[in-house]
Design a protein around this ligand. Structure first.
Ligand code: SF4
Ligand code: FE
Length: 492
């Protein structure tokens, strides 16, 4: 089947019976809901760019499973070049949307589950790898968006899954049948859930023998019986519900999306199982998925960073301070930080290697270093952007005021005219364009997009401590001690 267009993707969502709740109510037409639609537009961009002749080389690739041309978001990486192209594609999408475009979690799950199932089958004689290959072929042939769902609610963090007072705190098997399993539980702050055709569920931590029922991975359609989503809210999100909202949204067309995903006795047929009790492989799946997604941030957040830097430079220009050396230096610093992040995304890709299953994996140490830097640098980039923009990005009157014809002045001036008069800047720059750039920065630093740029940089793909655990494990301190001993002439 041909690659879907952005429009076909949006229409395909309408065919699903996905259950979505927001503000305590079921949302029937969630595809056109003003708070959800920007996040759908974002995923649609992953389809549209595949048809843009400027980007087809980056956005499409030959499938290792079928030989057909597929969207790179459904690809199993076959080389370090593929890993590099993945990061470049994500930077491009970040530049085009200034948001989280969500489809990467599925791509990262494909690559982690492909290699892990191969190794489970090798150890246990199971057939998960075949299950997965059949599933992924269907995904590639139909150009589907698949969500990769990992983060369980976790309940009491000091306890293992089987020790929780409520067993649903980690997604688990509640019934085993001849033809499949029944699962209960949830995934929290799940990116792109509502916008996906299918989901892949994976465990969130390494597990022991007592956690067998929680060591489970599978695929299911997003509108499967028993599954529903409660939409996550974002700062300033209800601005999207305001009549004719545009300037005040900062980024009117694109946005990210997170949700609480609940599975209430969902039946999963055997053919969609990728892990079912082989607890010792839960950690491998987690580690690999997290590694790929930590690489991903060296692309997507860099692309968004490009837009932030551009907006800060525009704000400086509109304020008439673009020639000030202090402003120039801040833009240099922002660029330096952003490109450092990109370097990490590139480095962990270049140092990638093949897995036993044949697809390529990033260098895990460097991918974790990449994400660790992502937990810091976007904060500094945003701080500098706010510094350059000035206070107006958070004090500006509303778009409605700028348009208001209510008379307030002694000479009959309207509220709109007064706003335009006092927020005017240098010649050739309209107050509206200036407001647009301020609102964009507000959105990305503090509003809805802050979920995707700032806080997600901290916690998405694992919080900072999760990377530090991996860095400790991969850092080879013992090997480094040997180096020091040799140079210093210390003999054991
Ligand atoms: Fe993709 Fe970045 Fe969003 Fe993760 S945070 S899904 S890598 S855009
Ligand atoms: Fe993310």
């Amino acid at each position: 089947m041909a690659l879907k267009t952005g429009k076909e993707y949006v229409e395909s969502l309408r065919q699903l019976k996905t259950r979505v709740y927001m503000f305590g109510e079921k949302i029937d037409n969630w595809v056109d809901h003003p708070m959800i639609r920007p996040s759908i537009n974002c995923v649609a961009m992953t389809y549209s760019l595949a048809h843009d002749p400027r980007y087809t080389d980056l956005m499409t690739v030959k499938s290792s499973l079928t030989g057909n041309t597929i969207n790179r978001f459904t690809h199993l990486h076959q080389s370090t070049e593929d890993l590099l192209n993945k990061v470049k594609m994500q930077r491009l999408l970040g530049q085009k949307t200034a948001s989280c475009f969500q489809r990467c979690v599925g791509m990262d799950a494909f690559n982690a589950v492909f290699s892990t199932t191969f190794e489970i089958d090798e150890a246990h004689g199971t057939s998960y790898h075949e299950n997965f290959k059949k599933f992924l072929t269907m995904v590639q042939d139909n150009d589907l968006t698949v969500d990769g769902a990992m983060t369980d609610p976790k309940g009491d963090r000091s306890k293992a899954p089987h020790q929780q007072a409520d067993p649903d705190m980690y997604l688990h098997v509640v019934e085993r049948r001849d033809d499949g399993i029944v699962v209960c539980g949830a995934k929290v702050h799940q990116t792109g859930s509502v916008n996906s055709h299918w989901h892949i569920f994976m465990p969130t931590i390494a597990m022991g023998p007592d956690d067998k029922d929680w060591a489970v991975s599978f695929a299911c359609p997003t509108d499967v019986e028993g599954m529903y989503m409660i939409y996550g809210r974002q700062s300033c999100d209800t601005r999207k519900m305001e009549k004719d909202a545009d300037v005040d949204l900062g980024n009117a067309r694109f946005g990210g999306q997170e949700a609480l995903v609940v599975l209430d006795h969902v039946f999963i047929p055997n053919e969609y199982l990728f892990l079912n009790g082989e607890h010792e492989f839960a950690g491998m799946m987690v580690e690999r998925f997290a590694g790929y997604h930590r690489q991903s941030y060296g692309g997507c957040k860099v692309g968004v960073g490009d837009v932030v830097i551009g907006a800060a430079a525009l704000a400086a220009e509109y304020n008439g301070v673009e020639k000030a050396s202090a402003v120039k230096d801040k833009l240099i610093e922002m660029t330096h930080l952003n490109e450092t992040l990109y370097s990490c995304g590139i480095a962990c890709s270049c140092e990638g290697c093949p897995t036993k299953a044949g697809n390529y994996q990033i260098d895990l140490l460097l991918a974790n270093v990449c994400k660790q830097n992502i937990t810091r640098f976007p904060y500094e980039i945003v701080r500098l952007a706010e510094d350059i923009a000035g206070g107006a990005m958070v004090t500006l009157p509303s778009e409605t005021d700028f348009k208001s014809d209510t008379v307030v002045g002694n000479n009959g001036e309207t509220i709109g005219e007064i706003c335009h008069k006092f927020f005017a800047t240098k010649e050739g720059v309209s107050a509206e364009d200036r407001a647009r750039v301020f609102r964009f920065l507000e959105n990305i630093c503090l509003g809805s997009a802050a979920v995707g740029y700032r806080t997600e940089s901290m916690h998405g793909a694992g919080s900072p401590q999760a990377q530090r655990v991996m860095i400790a494990r991969q850092g080879n301190i013992e090997g480094k001690k040997e180096l020091a001993k040799y140079i210093a002439g210390i003999q054991d």
